[in-house]
Design a binder for this molecule. Sequence first.
Ligand code: MTE
Ligand code: HPA
Ligand code: MOS
Length: 780
Amino acid sequence: MPDSTPIATAERITGGVHVDRRHDSAHKHVTGEAVYIDDIREPAGLLHVYLGLSDRPHAKLLSLDLSKVKSAPGVVRVLTSADIPGTNDVSCMGRHDEPLFADDLIEYAGQPLFAVAAETRELARRAARLAVAEYEDLDPVLTTAKARETGTVVFPPMTLKRGDAAEAIASAPRRLEGRIAIGGQDHFYLEGQIAMAVPGEDDEVLVHSSTQHPSEVQHIVAHVLSIPANAVSIEVRRMGGAFGGKETQANLFAATAALVAKKTGRAAKLRPDRDDDMVITGKRHDFEVDYSVGFDDEGRIKGVDFLFAARCGFAADLSGPVTDRALFHCDNTYFYEAVHAQSLPLKTNTVSNTAFRGFGGPQGMVAAERIIEEIAYAVGKDPLEIRKLNFYGEAGRDVTPYHQTVEDNIAPELVADLEARSDYQARRAAIREHNAKGGYLRKGIALTPVKFGISFTATQYNQAGALVHVYTDGSVHLNHGGTEMGQGLYVKVAQVVAEEFQIDIDKVRITATTTGKVPNTSATAASSGADLNGKAAQVAAHTIKERLIGFAVENWGVPREQVVFLPNRVRIGNQEIPFADLVRTAYMARIQLSSTGFYKTPEIHWDRAAGSGKPFYYFSYGAAAAEVTVDTLTGEYRVDRVDILHDVGKSLNPALDRGQVEGGFVQGMGWLTMEELWWDQRGHLRTHAPSTYKIPACSDRPKIFNVHLLENSPNRKDTIYRSKAVGEPPLMLGMSVLHAISDAVASVAGYQRCPRIDPPATPEKVLAAIEALLEQVSPP
Ligand code: MTE
Ligand code: HPA
Ligand code: MOS
């Protein structure tokens, strides 16, 4: 296994690890030159595809008259489930519960029924509207409440338990219980779902797909077309954002484009409008969490019980692992002496919900933080004190509800550090003083921690492959199984390879992810892209480097230690030669200059039935302190200041990691405060465009925004150069804003009651919470 300590030379190559390095496409993102799938030069004869959708949430499809669609101008082909040569299924993980085109049973409003291919996108789009469907309506299950009555699940529930929670709660000095409803979230990637398929020789097809999971798209396309996987190539150079929304949701679009391409022999592109994209694709799961907790007079938790009911939609998709991850994070940074937690992944006649940054973890943590807040009001203390009192600690207070020991707990120090840096106590006192004066503008402050488990909980996904070629001019071609969605994975992995060979990063060519170069990959997800692919690429580069060293030893007759890779050159004995010269000489001696690399995460294992194991290799930590001002007459608020301290281990690229922290925080804040999904009684999503679905804008950013990466905190595990995963954890820092709003709201009732604001804390909800509090303390 290669060494993870960079070579300690005074000289540095440009673009090795641990340095700020711009995103390889930053300049192209800014100038608009970056090529997304819709920007690829269109092949001659390209057909444009559009989807026809169901209008009903739950119905039998009695008939589907497509004659007007077929005769519409420009239409070349119309395809339904009857035209699928293979299996009518785009479900992930082989669950076979998600048809490409519904034919008999309709399970959500917006479910695709057919595809129409036409000469232009506009003609395809117009034609798709001309279908006439006859339905026999069935009783739809649209809400979690109704799903709880029905009780149908899309995946077997999971239970975590340690100790006797019921007994611990019953015998605790104090008790409370409640329910929190947590809203969902649309991914709102800038580049929507898209696929372009190009038919090849015989049964072959190449699909450009905006996907986080090329290997799964490959398998789906193969099954739908009834061809072997080796006939299908999936390629993706970059996505314009994904956020989990392209882990499985790209399947349907890629399969449709591929089907049209194979049926017509012409290239085919499918790019739905934003509205249709929002209607057709799954989102973050909304949850209803029932909790009951027993605690002592100090506020220390004795026992806790959770039921996590999630609205999963009509199919399983990733709802099993998502609801599992909610349970894995129902502790956040806190030790529960006794705990019982259960998931309830409910089936509903709504779109099938899916992965979204944090993957259920955020919902688990929001529930944990609600409990902390409730206890704080019950015992009359600052929630921060209750947090500290319940942190994981020494042996005896270090075991999670899933029986993994927390070995790397830095939450106490990290929170103390942020408390001091952000001047939390003095500002809190000043805010109390401000609010004591009355007035309609109230201020609030909150400091919330984050602990996030790193690894896919399905152990088999924690593997990655890479492919590295060194050409005889000394330039390097890099490929790996990870996908680029804006997070900067490509440049991080290139930095690793540059570091390994000690060559400048501009000598390393970053290339598009394709199933033809690295097979059987996992989704780029669970924040583990750099951990997995970075290591795999390091292994590949290291293998070539070892061959070069072996060759130099033999060719120049020097001991191994005398072959040293210096920036862009190699010292062999007492001579130095350029890297490219060594490579060329090695080639002449027939040394293989290409290698694959493979990595699998060590130590992890998980037994779901037993609810026990070590699902996570390590944890990433962070904390945020937010200050807000709430207008108590309108419920509107503004975020005045946010201080963040986040742990990225020894960063591969601090500039990119800072970007992930800032972006993640804002996305989390948006989820918990302003983004609201709304389905009407007919099961139609009414918030399907930016006009009705509000994501944070530039003007919503904190007015003061201090973001720091924790220093001197190398990962204790042997990850790639001791870095830590950063993609998802910062999203949960957004909880600080929700709790700061809550703190401001509580002031209207003299901090006597817990406001219990269920996210998203839209101005409407904030106002309702204020009115509810005022009524409680002085009933009319
Ligand atoms: N950052 C950007 N800019 N765009 C994205 O789509 N996705 C997030 C996160 N950060 C995302 C992002 C999600 S959900 C994950 S799992 C990780 O990036 C995936 O990339 P990584 O594993 O390489 O960190
Ligand atoms: N995280 C993200 N994506 C996933 C996971 C996970 O734990 N499991 C399967 N897909
Ligand atoms: Mo991220 S939700 O794991 O794609």
